[in-house]
Structure formats: C-alpha cells, structure tokens
Ligand binder design. Structure first.
Ligand SMILES: NC(=O)c1ccc[n+]([C@@H]2O[C@H](COP(=O)([O-])OP(=O)(O)OC[C@H]3O[C@@H](n4cnc5c(N)ncnc54)[C@H](O)[C@@H]3O)[C@@H](O)[C@H]2O)c1
Ligand SMILES: [Zn+2]
Length: 394
C-alpha cells in the first residue's frame, strides 16, 4: 500500500443477472415483459426503443406488429418510441457506422437512462445494441431477446458486449449486465439448422470445463439434438445459460479483471479463425475447431488421457461439427502459421499474462500460461489427419 496520502472508498454496485424463459413474449396476455419493464419505478411509462435483426423480422413477419399491439394494449404502462431493423450477423459488428445510427436514434427519441433499449436478434446484433446502450448517456437499461441457440445459451446471457475494430473481434466493448434477458424459444423455429447447431458448441464447451454430467447428457442426447427436437434443445439452452450465468456471478471476476477466462476455452484459435476466414467461418463453427485443437493439445501435453480426448472429438463429429479447416494452414509472408497470431492477440485482449484454459478430464479444467507452439502445430496436424479419415474435414 502506498505511503502517500490518499482517499479510498470501496464502491459496491450490486448487479442482478436475470434470464427468463418464455414463449411468444409479445403476445398480449404474456405479462413478462410488461412486468419487467414497468414494475421498476411505478408510475412512469418507460420509453422503449427496439432493434430487430433483419433476418428475424423477415422470418417473423408479425413481430413488429405484435410489439405495437402489445404496447398499445399496455399503453398505460409502456411507451413505444420506435422499432428499427438492423442487418444481423458479423457484418454488423464489422460496420463502424452502426453505432452512430443507434446513437442518433437514441438522441432523436429522447431515450434516457430511465428508458429501455431492446435488442432482438443473434449474438452479433445483441453485442452491437448492448454496446450502444451501455455507452449512450453512459448506460441505458437494456433488454436482450436472443434469437439463436448460441445467444440464448451463451452470447446473450452474459455481461459483455462489443464491436469489431479493424476486423479484430470485440476490440471495442464494455462489461454491462443487461437489465434482463428474455429467452423466447419461439424465435428458434425459424433459425436455419447450421445456426441451431452452433449453440450446441458453447454447451459442449461449458460442460467440458464445469460439468461432466452435462457432457454425458449431451452425448446421450446427441441424436435428438441432431434432429433439433424442441424440448431437448430447450433443456440444453437452459442448462448452458445457467452454467454461464453461475460462472459469471460466482467466479469472483465478473468483469474479467484477472487473466483467467475459462468460458473462453477453445476461443483463442476460434477468434483467429473467424478473422482469417473473413468471418466466413461462424463463431460456433470456429469454436468447435478451437475446442478440438485445445483438446488434442491437452493430450499431447500429457494433461488429458487419450480416451477422454477421443470422446470429445467423437461428440463434436457426432454433432456434425467440422474439426478442421484449411484456414488453419494460412501463413504470413515470412511463412509463419497465422493461426499462432491468435495466442498473442488473445493475451493482448485479456491483458497481463497469456492464460489458456485446458482440460484435465471432462468437466475439469485448469490454466496454463504458455503454449508450446510446436505442439500446437502438431495438434493441428493430428486434427487434419483425423478429419481426413472422417467425414467432417474442412
Ligand atoms: N457478448 C458475449 O459474451 C458473446 C459470447 C459469445 C459470442 N458472442 C458473439 O455472438 C456472435 C455470434 O452470435 P450468433 O451465433 O447468435 O450468430 P449471429 O448473431 O451472427 O446470427 C446468425 C445469423 O442468423 C440470423 N438469425 C438470428 N436469429 C434468427 C432467427 N430466429 N431466425 C432466422 N435467422 C436468424 C442472423 O441475422 C444471422 O444472419 C459473434 O459475434 C460472437 O462473437 C458474444
Ligand atoms: Zn463463444
């Protein structure tokens, strides 16, 4: 402690991270949103501004009308200021103009800190709208309605938001717990199979680092998941969201001030793969490959037994994830493998020492502070061979 005269107070700000599960959130009679939006400070109607993922609006053509009717019906409690559509997907996070547009809407509609900004869409839209809401007026209450399995299970239920800068993932962003998350399973009905599957990977990830029984459950239900059976998908989403929220709340480091980031297991390679592929490889698909690399690496280093690694890779393949991509072979002008840049970028993003989560067994993780690059490359070679002998190469 410094000897210098100083003033110090501890500032405690309690946050609640709330995730609700429902169907048809904006059907008149479903009081969840009304009660959440209204009950905070009785009396005042809260101004609300909506942003909807264009693909969601296109596949749910009644959605905007339903929201209008809902706000009309509960007009004594709620006050709709506007509904805007935004192009969903990673291109939104790569578009520097999107923030200006949202800030301008917030200004024009006189949205204040006692108003709400609501995002309805995939993880990409929620990241952008969440960041705009967190920064306009230094923080506006923000509802998230995730519409993909990945965002209902992971991206939408956390405390982070952000946009890409110079094509670097999440380079600009903030930690800002949403006012509430509303997981409406009706949205998933229109999500294409590839994106439905993407959410499974974050469940596999969190099971691997925290919950062996959940990993067993996913293995047991892999066929049902491949058939996109509603009840099984909903159960997977709920457990995955629960594990994420519990980790954020209980890990002692919700805003990631330290260097340990277990929820990013498999993500150092994933983020680099997304970028190197010019975002042709989706987040979910990239995380599957990232998990495969770090699983094989865990075995190469002697931390994880090979039968557990085999189980992990079999599950990925069973769930129809590719475990290899030729993008892993990209090299820079000096001939260095570009995927390894992901390690330094990951360290930089976290700050401090490089910290990578690896596996000891299914459901149990630990951290290392350096990666043997030669063995990382060997792990990738091994994956290439394995993928070549299965149908899920790339
Ligand atoms: N903030 C976090 O903590 C966090 C965590 C994990 C991932 N992420 C981010 O989340 C993003 C990935 O999110 P995602 O997997 O949800 O994908 P996404 O947001 O890119 O959406 C995938 C595609 O599906 C469309 N779509 C969304 N919902 C739909 C629906 N119900 N019906 C039809 N089409 C629909 C979108 O328009 C988009 O084209 C990445 O940018 C990733 O970095 C953030
Ligand atoms: Zn992820």
């Amino acid at each position: 402690m410094t000897e210098s005269p100083h003033i110090e107070y501890v500032i405690r700000v309690p946050f609640s991270l709330r995730v609700f599960f429902t169907k048809n959130a904006f059907r008149v009679g479903n009081l969840l949103f009304r009660d959440l939006a209204y009950s905070q400070e009785s009396g005042a109607r809260k101004k609300t501004l909506f942003y909807i993922d264009k693909a969601v609006a296109a596949s749910h053509p009644d959605l905007a009308g339903d929201i209008e009717s809902y706000f009309d019906h509960y007009h004594e409690d709620l006050h709709l200021r506007g509904i805007y559509l935004l192009e969903g997907g990673e291109s939104l996070k790569n578009d520097p103009r999107c923030l200006d547009k949202i800030y301008a809407d917030i200004q024009r509609h006189c949205i204040c800190r006692h108003s709400y900004v609501v995002g309805i869409g995939g993880g990409a839209l929620l990241d952008v709208v969440g960041f705009a809401a967190a920064t306009a007026h230094r923080g506006i209450r923000h509802f998230r309605l995730p519409t993909t399995t990945l965002s209902q299970a992971d991206a939408g239920v956390g405390v982070k938001n952000g946009v890409n800068f110079n094509r670097k993932k999440n380079f600009v962003g903030s930690f800002a717990p949403p006012f509430a998350v509303v997981n409406d399973s009706t949205f998933l009905k229109t999500l294409p199979g590839e994106h439905l599957r993407n959410g499974y990977i974050e469940a596999v990830k969190v099971a691997l680092i925290r919950d062996a029984a959940f990993f067993d459950w996913i293995e047991t239900h892999a066929d049902s998941l491949n058939r996109f059976e509603e009840a099984v998908m909903e159960a997977l989403i709920q457990r995955c969201a629960e594990l994420h929220v519990a980790h954020i709340a209980n890990s002692g480091d919700p805003f990631e001030m330290g260097s340990v980031r277990p929820l990013d297991f498999g993500h150092w390679a994933a983020h680099k793969l997304e970028q190197l592929s010019n975002f042709e490889i989706s987040h979910g698909a990239a995380v599957a490959i990232g998990i495969a690399i770090d699983t094989i690496y865990s075995t190469q280093m002697g931390y994880l037994d090979s039968s557990s690694a085999k189980r992990v890779l079999s599950l990925l393949t069973h769930l129809n994830f590719r475990i290899y991509s030729s993008v892993l072979e990209m090299r820079d002008d000096s001939g260095n493998p570009r995927i390894l840049e992901g390690l330094e970028e990951f360290r930089e993003h976290l700050g401090g020492t490089l910290t990578i989560t690896l596996l000891k067994k299914t459901g149990s993780r630990f951290e290392v502070h350096e990666m043997n690059e030669e063995l990382v490359l060997k792990s990738i070679e091994r994956l290439k061979a394995l993928a070549g002998s299965s149908r899920n190469g790339g």
